[in-house]
Ligand binder design. Sequence first.
Ligand code: AMP
Ligand code: GLY
Length: 424
Amino acid sequence: MKILVVGSGGREHALVWKLRQSPRVTEVFCAPGNAGIAQGATCVPLAATDVLGLAAFAKKEGIGLTVIGPEAPLTEGIVDHFQQEGLRVFGPGKLAAQLEGSKVFMKALLKKYGIPSAQYEVFDQRDQAVAYLDRLTMPVVVKADGLAAGKGVIVAQTKAEATAAIDCIMTERAFGTAGDRVVIEEFLAGEEASFLAFTDGTTVLPLPSSQDHKAIFDNDRGPNTGGMGAYSPAPVVTPALHEQVMAEVMLPTVRAMAAEGHPYKGILYAGLMIKDGRAKVLEFNCRFGDPEAQPLLMRLKTDLVEVVEAAIDGRLDTIRLAIDPRPTVCVVMAAGGYPGSYEKGKIISGIAAAEEVEGVQVFHAGTAAQDGKVVTAGGRVLGVTAIAETLAAAIAKAYEAVGRISWDGCQYRKDIGQKALRRQ
Ligand code: AMP
Ligand code: GLY
């Protein structure tokens, strides 16, 4: 079977790497892909949001299964369009993808169905939103309703910061129509974890727990990024907490979506805040996390094609996931300046040497091929991912490999996985 993966990040490289291992796969295509993906798949120069172009390509090429990486094509309805064209595709439809695409939709659903989350109010008028701040104690969290490439959430320590966030979203329109409405939300303290599961709309098949590192600098300092590293499992998700999350978050959400007439199929990713052994939902994503996909797919032993097809056909109840018990760690290497402005086109050296470290895979994100060399082409550039018997050994291997890679201005966090080590 021919497979098409849509997207161009580290998550999509990990998806291509995993799907290629399936005995059922003859050829993998990726649109648009990156320099690392091009080593294992045929890259197709179509944007991830070119829904019509992608469907036409899938038809012409006889693609048997398409896996969507990022959220933007999902919220634009790529799955609905592929299905109308008779193409097999993995991911939620447009209305189901609102769980990520609209924070107002998500918060209202959680409230209606009693799923634990932060208290909140919604505003479509700037002045009313600002006036509401007088009734709150700081910090608060201000969120643009729609997709904002991970930048539409501001944790405000003071009323002035919250007002500036509201103005940025609603007055300056930093995120366009995503800022038509804001959610103002109670600040939740605790430790974050990512909880991802396959679902066919009825059965929820969880992947192991994982944890992202959102801030740019060590010890969670500095502005948020798309994610500077991840590991799995996350010990903060104890077996008891796992049960609570399944019973109080994942299953009720999938049932709620079905009850609302938007049955949810695909990956359901809950971003959780955990405090005193209880979890509340910070956000839902309608896709694999990036960088969580890299360490998670490295631990998944089951053929991903089997799981994805079972989800599409509504028979996930027949699948058991085989998971490698060994922990995995992914360290993201980013361009200097990221998440602010950064330069591109820097020549990267040492990737092959890094991959010689036992148990290490280097997943590419923002890379491109230029004159036979691999150069930087984005903010997050590489996800150096390692598997080993213990978390400490996986961390050591990942950093040994990171140490072999360099380019002008490269930056990475030195503390990926330390939170988990402190819990051991
Ligand atoms: P979101 O996209 O909603 O997950 O928000 C991005 C990040 O903002 C989260 O990963 C948290 O670090 C932070 N955040 C979001 N909502 C809250 C909240 N209610 N309390 C504390 N931190 C939050
Ligand atoms: N790692 C965070 C995300 O994928 O949204």
